[in-house]
Write a new protein. Structure first.
Length: 294
């Protein structure tokens, strides 16, 4: 869904893509590529195309393709479901390949799993108090973030990250049946990151994205005595089998929340946030007013 302060769901690191709604664009590790090749070989041995195999293991064909390419860390459920589809022998081979995976430390490993959840979800919620979520960032705003990244990026690195984040935003149009909800702090708009022109582009972009039927955008007012988001940003996703997962990130660290009780607590806080923020219609009016004032 997904997720950046400049790179991840919200956008913090240069190696992540931006979009917990941000994403992470991993360097392909040998072990991930090996696992993907093993999965592909076993699938083909069973004479199944990606389009045939994907619904049997309850993931999208696009997600299976990325795992086979070594671009996504395989979720635990995939092993059990593949065992059911491909047989016990194939399951043991796939399990051995999974045990050899080189997990990238901290943020990378967590976000690889979150990115997979985000791409195959029925609902994706985000609350941000640090930076505009990656899925909502227009190109001028993305460039402003990477220009300020520390340590500094090379021009090539910056261009690669901009392209990756813009590509990730296709989720909003490629998944018209996914309900996207964003709650962002008004302070992020008042900050004018990158200057007046960048902020005007941001406000215009938010107004355009907010017209999508599957997107709800709400701004949390600067003054709000009742505020359920004091613990910080959060991302939530409802999977296709109607389970909820959460994702949180900070300076060089992140955590995927799979525990149902913890995810439920996050969902309660997010529900309260939505009730405290401006409505979708009132938010659109505020964005128009702010754009007119620039």
């Amino acid at each position: 869904m997904a997720t950046d302060n400049g790179g991840g769901a919200g956008g913090s690191t240069a190696r992540r893509e931006g979009g917990a709604d941000g994403g992470w664009e991993p360097e392909l590790s040998d072990s991930l590529k090996t696992f993907g090749a093993v999965l592909k070989a076993l699938r083909e041995e069973a004479r199944l195309t990606q389009e045939q195999f994907a619904p049997l293991v309850r993931y999208s064909a696009a997600y299976i393709a990325k795992i086979e390419q070594g671009k996504r860390f395989p979720p635990r459920d995939l092993l059990d479901r593949s065992d059911e589809v491909l047989g016990a022998g194939a399951g043991r081979v796939l399990g051995a390949a999974a045990r050899s995976l080189t997990r990238k430390v901290g943020l990378a490993t967590w976000f690889l799993q979150w990115a997979g959840i985000e791409e195959d979800t029925t609902s994706l919620y985000a609350y941000e108090c640090r930076v505009i979520p990656g899925l909502l960032q227009p190109e001028p705003y993305i460039r402003a973030l990477f220009e300020r990244h520390l340590p500094p990026l090379t021009e090539e690195q910056s261009e690669r990250q901009v392209a990756a984040r813009l590509a990730r935003q296709q989720l909003l149009v490629e998944r018209p049946n996914t309900a996207f909800s964003f709650v962002i702090e008004q302070a992020l708009l008042e900050r004018r990151m990158g200057g007046a022109e960048v902020t005007k582009a941001l406000l215009t972009h938010l107004l355009v994205v907010g017209r999508h039927r599957n997107v709800e955008l709400q701004v949390m007012p600067l003054v709000q005595e009742e505020h359920a988001g004091f613990e910080g940003e959060m991302y939530l996703a409802e999977t296709t089998d109607h389970r909820w997962a959460g994702y949180i990130e900070g300076h060089g660290s992140s955590m995927l929340v799979n525990d149902p009780k913890a995810a439920s607590s996050m969902l309660q806080r997010y529900g309260k946030l939505r009730s405290q923020a401006l409505s979708h219609q009132a938010t659109a009016c505020l964005l128009e007013q702010m754009r007119g004032a620039l």
